[in-house]
Design a protein around this ligand. Sequence first.
Ligand SMILES: [Zn+2]
Ligand SMILES: [Zn+2]
Length: 364
Amino acid sequence: MRAAVFDGHDLTIADVDLAGPQPGEVLVEIAAAGVCHSDLHVMRGEWSVPLPLVLGHEGSGVVSGVGEGVTGLALGDHVVLSWVPNCGSCRYCLLGRPAQCQVVAEVVAPNGVLYNGTSRLSLNGEPLHHYLGVSSFAERVVVPQSGAVKVRPDAPLDLIALVGCAIATGVGAVRNTAAQPAGATCAVIGCGGVGLAVVQGARLQAASLIVAVDTVAAKLELASRLGATHTLLVTPDMDVVAALRELVPVGLDFIYDAIGKITTTEQAIGALGLGGAAVIVGLPPTGQRASFEPLALAEADQRILGCNYGSAVPARDIPRLVDELMDGHLDIESLVSARRPLEDAAAALDDLATGHALRQLLIP
Ligand SMILES: [Zn+2]
Ligand SMILES: [Zn+2]
C-alpha cells in the first residue's frame, strides 16, 4: 500500500507492506486522515519518537479485516481511529481514565508498536514503526480493536476523521478535563482545529462568555460563527493578559491554551479570575518550562490542568460526538480547510506550519 514514511528527515510516499491483523486487531481501509500539529512536532524533531515510522494519528475508515477474538467490530463497520487504543484492564483504564492507559503509555506510544511489541508495517523487509498505534497517512491500517471505535454508518465518513483527535481533544478539554459548568466564562487561546473544537465545546456547555484569541482575523471570524461571543486579535507587541482583563475585569473562569507555547500558557494562567482554571490543551516541544507565581495562584484558589486527548473515554465520547455532528450541534466541516490526496502529506504539513491552514484531510 502507499503510505507516508518519515525517516527523521523527509516525509515521502512509499510502497509499504502491511501484514494482516493479529489476534485482537482489525484492518481498516482509510477514508480520510487529518493533519494535526502533533504530526508537525514529529517532523520538526521536537518530540522523540521511534523512527522510521508511518505518520498520522487521526483518521476514519471502514473495517475490512478482523483478527481472532475481536468482538464488537465486523467487516463493513464505519470506525473513527483513536490514538489511545486503551487496554481496558490496567489501573488507569479501570479507574475510568483510559486516556492514561499504561499499555499505551509504556508500550504502544514509546516503542511505535502494537500490543505484542511488534509492528505490522515494513519497507523492503525492514520494520517500520506505527505512530501512536494509528499511522493513518496510509491507504489502510492495522490497529488494536480498541483503536477503532464503531460509529453510525450515516455520518460523513471523511469528515468524522477529525473526531478522532481535534474534536475529541477540544470538546473533551471543556467537558471532561475542566468539567466547565453552565454559565461559566472562558477564553480560548489559539483557534486552529483544536481551539475551534474547544470553542464549540464551551458553547455546548452553555458558557456565558467565550473569548476567542488568535493572531489571524479569519480564524476569529470562524470562531464567532462557531460560538465565540468576543474575539481578541493578537498583534505582535500586545499584552494579551491586559487585553483579556480589559474585556473581563474580574478575570475568566476557564482559559484554554490550545497552542502550547510558553507565552500562551503563561497568558492563560495570568488572565484567570478567582477560582479559575487554566487548561493546557496544545502541546509544546519536549523540555520547555513555563513560569507562574505560586502565591498568587494559591491566594486566588486557581488551578492549572493538563489535558491529554481531552481526558477522553474514546468508546464513550467518539460515538457521542458523531451523534452531535449529525444532530447539528457540532460543526466539523467548517474546520476543514482542504481535502488533498495522500501524496500531498508533506505539503499539507508545510501549510499547517504557516498558521493559516485549519484541519486538512488527506484522502488516499
Ligand atoms: Zn492530533
Ligand atoms: Zn489500560
